[in-house]
Design a protein around this ligand. Structure first.
Ligand code: SF4
Ligand code: SF4
Ligand code: FES
Length: 228
C-alpha cells in the first residue's frame, strides 16, 4: 500500500479499526485481521454468501448489503452475518403440482404478507421481492419465477420481513415448478444437449482446464453475457 493511502474508521463487530478508504466490507474486515471462513464466497456479487448489516455515521437507518460489493464509509458500524437461519420445507418436485395449492401447503407464510415493500427495499439485487410474493399469492408461478430470476439467496429480504416470510425459498420453489412443469420446450436447449453429447465442446474445455489462472480470468471477464 502507498504511504498516501487514506484511511477511514470502521466499527467492525463492535471494535474500531482504521481501514483503507475505498475498501469493500470484506476487504476491510480482512485488513483488520478477521479471517473470513463463513459468509464469503465468490467476492463478485454472485453467490449471496456475504450478507452484512450496517449503519452509516449520522444515519439512523439499519441497512443491509453484500459485503463484497458494499464500500466502507468513515464511521460505519457493521456486522457480518455468517448465515441466515431460514425455514425450508422438504419436498419432492416430482410429486407436486404447479398451482396455488402447492404454495399454500409448502409456504403458508406467504399469505401473511402485509405488502409493506420492506423486502424490495432490502434486496441488493434490486429484485421486486414483494411483487414476486404477491404473484405467488395469486398462484402465478411463472411471474414469480420470472421476477425472482436474479435472486442470489443472500437472505437479506427474509431478515427484514415483519411477517417472517422466507421469500427466496418460496422463489426457489416457483422456479423449480416453472422449470419442470410450465416452461415451454426450448429447441435451442435440445440442440445444445446434442452438441454436448457429440463432444463439440471437449477440446475447448480441455484448453480451459490447462489454461493459466490469469488467462482464465481474462477470458471470464471478456465473455459475452446473454441477458434474458
Ligand atoms: S430476493 Fe432476497 S435473497 Fe434474493 S437477492 Fe434479494 S434480498 Fe437476497
Ligand atoms: S417484507 Fe414481508 S410482509 Fe413486507 S412486502 Fe415483503 S414479504 Fe410482504
Ligand atoms: S462473496 Fe459472493 S456475493 Fe459476496
Amino acid at each position: 500500500m502507498s504511504e498516501e493511502q487514506k484511511m477511514v474508521k470502521a466499527f467492525i463487530m463492535g471494535e474500531a479499526y482504521d481501514v483503507p478508504e475505498g475498501s469493500t466490507i470484506i476487504m476491510a474486515m480482512e485488513y483488520a485481521g478477521f479471517q473470513m471462513k463463513r459468509g464469503v464466497g465468490c467476492r463478485e456479487g454472485f453467490c449471496g454468501a456475504c450478507a452484512t448489516v450496517y449503519r452509516e455515521k449520522g444515519d439512523y437507518k439499519l441497512k443491509g448489503g453484500l459485503a463484497c460489493q458494499t464500500v466502507v464509509t468513515d464511521g460505519m458500524t457493521l456486522a457480518q452475518i455468517p448465515f441466515v437461519p431460514a425455514e425450508k420445507p422438504i419436498y419432492d418436485i416430482k410429486e407436486l403440482t404447479p398451482d396455488i395449492d402447492t404454495i399454500k401447503t409448502l409456504f403458508p407464510t406467504i399469505f401473511r404478507c402485509v405488502a409493506c415493500n420492506t423486502c424490495t427495499k432490502a434486496c441488493p439485487q434490486e429484485i421486486k421481492v414483494m411483487d414476486y410474493v404477491q404473484a405467488l399469492k395469486r398462484g402465478d408461478i411463472g411471474r414469480a419465477a420470472d421476477l425472482s430470476f436474479d435472486c442470489i439467496r443472500c437472505g437479506l429480504c427474509a431478515l427484514r420481513c415483519p411477517s417472517e416470510i422466507v421469500q427466496y425459498n418460496a422463489a426457489t420453489l416457483a422456479q423449480r415448478l416453472y422449470g419442470r412443469y410450465l416452461n415451454k420446450k426450448s429447441p435451442e436447449l435440445e440442440e445444445r444437449i446434442v452438441e454436448v453429447e457429440n463432444g463439440k465442446y471437449e477440446k475447448e474445455l480441455d484448453e480451459l482446464v490447462e489454461m493459466p489462472r490469469e488467462e482464465q480470468s481474462k477470458r471470464y471477464y471478456a465473455r459475452e453475457i446473454k441477458l434474458k
